[in-house]
Design a protein around this ligand. Structure first.
Ligand code: ARG
Length: 589
């Protein structure tokens, strides 16, 4: 379906043309004075300059042309030359009814279906999943769902970090702790054990210990670098150990992502790009893209228009090991080969911006991608604690995701139990669903690039701009529908949305009518927060309607059916939106 704003703009534009003015002046926007009108057109102000007339004279002409147009209930010219618009109830009612009958709620299919790879999550194996990776997973999952709903072919890839120095650190630390392990015996040629020589908890303790040691012990760090290099060169024992590390970590990661309702289509990793490295390096050298600088192989990526220094992209370290930029470049090669994407979207901390500028420029310059392959980096801000500093545990350590989820679920559980009769089990189950909405909405309602403060009390509140408030609204609608059915009515019979009659009913419809526009913007700007803003406004409009309207007590059954159809549709839109944000609503709360 056309967006309602476009339909209105078309009427106004036609009037501008009919009166002899340029079409460009007919642009309509949502009113910034909702107390006066619903939409407005300010084109006469600009047209006045070109046509050397007073703006209000132009506005008067346009309004005169449109005064009998059935799209408008009221269209008036207001000095100095604004056109204020109110839609007719019939037109709006029909638009909402058409949306309700459309399988995609009025969102058009794309002109061209694009293949989009979304690289998100990005955890590093063997390190516990911490809050830093939360944002990547939460925002990425939503961006993936939005792109998919917009009609594109979308592939979500977790892109595990498994090829950097952390692997060498763990291997080296293990070697100190358990030198007798067969993986460290260079003369061993037999099969390696199937069982990992550590548990996930041990693994999670080993990494921080090794990392701390490497900061004070230069020799240890050198050993770890050497181990990383050997691993990348395919050392048998290290490869077997690395496999164990990977397996133990991945099963733990899957559990964590399941709890977050985050699903990846691909579980690829940095190391999968390694086979592409030698040919890529050869190609860079042969075409004179790469040269040796201080021992490392680099590609210049600076441009004349740069205002700050952009250092070269490092393709290989002096010892021939792969770095973060190496694996990202080779992963681009792999993705082009496997999926030939039109667009690759990356989610990572915004402090990685320079890395992505270098990688993208290098990929474009060297032709790893086409000129029109879109590469986008979505850099997100930091999740801070109430003190405004990066979120930490009470003891000052890195907060593990599991604990954070528990903290928020417990808070919701308390609220649910306060004045409700419910079994402990049901309350726990609901708290999980509601807790996830609190966590995700708290994050997604901010622009990704901004830092935000993680505030359990505020995020779990059932009032205000929060996930639980949105769910509460959905649950309220569900309970009205249940009651309606319990009174012996057939819900499937109540599917025709009628012309609105009251102010609150019309406001609710005006809000609903924006859905396709919001989805388009959220997709084009990869901006889930636009959906949050929309559903917050929609929930408010619904609750206002609910307080003003007798639904269950309505005696005119046709009217009542119209209400039921309208609120079911509101529920459908709200549920579609929260699905795009990556959470769902319980039956009651
Ligand atoms: N593993 C990285 C980190 O923890 C994030 C990976 C982002 N994706 C990418 N292709 N570089 O910082």
């Amino acid at each position: 379906m056309e967006k309602i704003l476009d339909l209105i703009s078309k009427e106004i534009t036609d009037a501008f043309i009919a009166c002899g003015y340029d079409a460009k002046y007919g642009k309509v926007t949502i009113s910034n004075r909702p107390d006066l009108c619903e939409y407005q057109c300010n084109g006469s102000m600009a047209a006045a300059k070109e046509y050397k007339k007073a703006p209000f004279m132009i506005a008067d002409e346009i309004v005169e042309k449109l005064k009998d147009n059935p799209v408008f209930e009221q269209i008036e010219s207001v000095k100095p030359g604004f056109i204020n618009i109110k839609l007719s109830n019939e037109f709006l009612g029909r638009y909402i009814s058409d949306m309700n009958n459309d399988a995609r709620f009025g969102v058009k299919e794309p002109e061209k279906v694009k293949t989009i790879v979304i690289d998100y999550g990005g955890p590093n194996v063997a390190k516990p999943l911490h809050v830093g990776h939360l944002r990547s997973a939460v925002i990425g999952e939503s961006v993936k769902r939005i792109c998919r709903f917009a009609g594109h072919k979308v592939i979500g890839d977790v892109h595990l970090g498994d090829w950097g120095l952390q692997m060498g650190l763990i291997i080296t630390e293990l070697k100190y702790r358990k030198p007798e392990l067969v993986y460290f015996d260079d003369t061993y040629t037999g099969e390696y054990p199937k069982e990992a020589p550590f548990t996930i908890s041990e693994l999670e303790e080993i990494y921080p210990a090794a990392s701390a040691k490497s900061k004070v012990d230069e020799a240890f760090k050198e050993e770890a670098k050497e181990a990383t290099h050997l691993l990348q060169q395919g050392n048998r024992g290290y490869t077997a150990l690395w496999n164990h590390i990977l397996n133990v970590s991945v099963s733990d990661l899957r559990k964590n992502y399941d709890n977050l309702n985050v699903e990846f289509d691909l579980w690829k990793k940095e190391s999968d790009a390694q086979p592409y490295v030698p040919d890529m390096v050869e190609y860079f050298k042969k075409n004179n893209y790469a040269y040796i600088s201080e021992g490392a192989l680099v590609v210049d990526v600076k441009e004349d228009t740069d205002t700050k220094e952009i250092p070269p992209c490092i393709v290989l370290k002096s010892d021939g090991s792969s770095l973060y930029q190496t694996t990202d470049l080779a992963t681009i090669v792999e993705r082009m080969k496997l999926f030939n994407p039109d667009h690759i979207i990356y989610l990572a901390d915004k402090r990685q911006e320079m890395h992505f500028v270098q990688v993208f420029r290098c990929a474009k310059k060297t032709g790893l991608v086409y000129d029109d392959t879109k590469l986008t980096f979505i850099g997100f801000g930091t999740m801070n604690g109430k003190d405004g500093k990066p979120f930490k545990t009470r003891e000052g350590g890195v907060m593990r995701l599991e604990y954070l989820i528990k903290e928020i679920n417990d808070a919701v559980y308390e609220k649910i139990m306060q004045n409700r009769e419910m079994s402990e089990e049901e309350a726990r189950q609901i708290a999980k669903t509601v807790g996830l909405s609190a966590l995700k909405y708290g994050d997604l309602s901010n622009q990704a690039a901004k830092d935000y403060i993680f505030d359990t009390d505020r995020f779990t509140s059932f009032e205000g701009n929060t996930g639980p408030y949105i769910l509460y609204t959905i649950v309220r609608i569900k309970s009205i529908l249940t009651k309606y059915a319990e009174l012996g009515n057939d819900i499937s019979d109540a599917h025709v949305i009628r012309t609105p009659e009251t102010e609150s009913e019309k406001s609710l419809m005006l809000q609903l009518s924006k859905f396709n526009d919001v989805i388009e913007q959220a997709y084009e700007e990869t901006a889930p927060h636009k959906i949050c803003q929309f559903i917050y406004d929609l929930s408010n409009a619904f609750n206002h309607f609910y307080h003003e309207t007798k639904i269950i007590a309505e005696t005119d059954t046709d009217k009542q059916k119209g209400y039921i159809a309208l609120i079911s549709f509101t529920k459908d839109i709200l549920e579609k939106c929260i699905d795009l944000l990556g959470f769902s609503a319980p039956e009651r709360m």
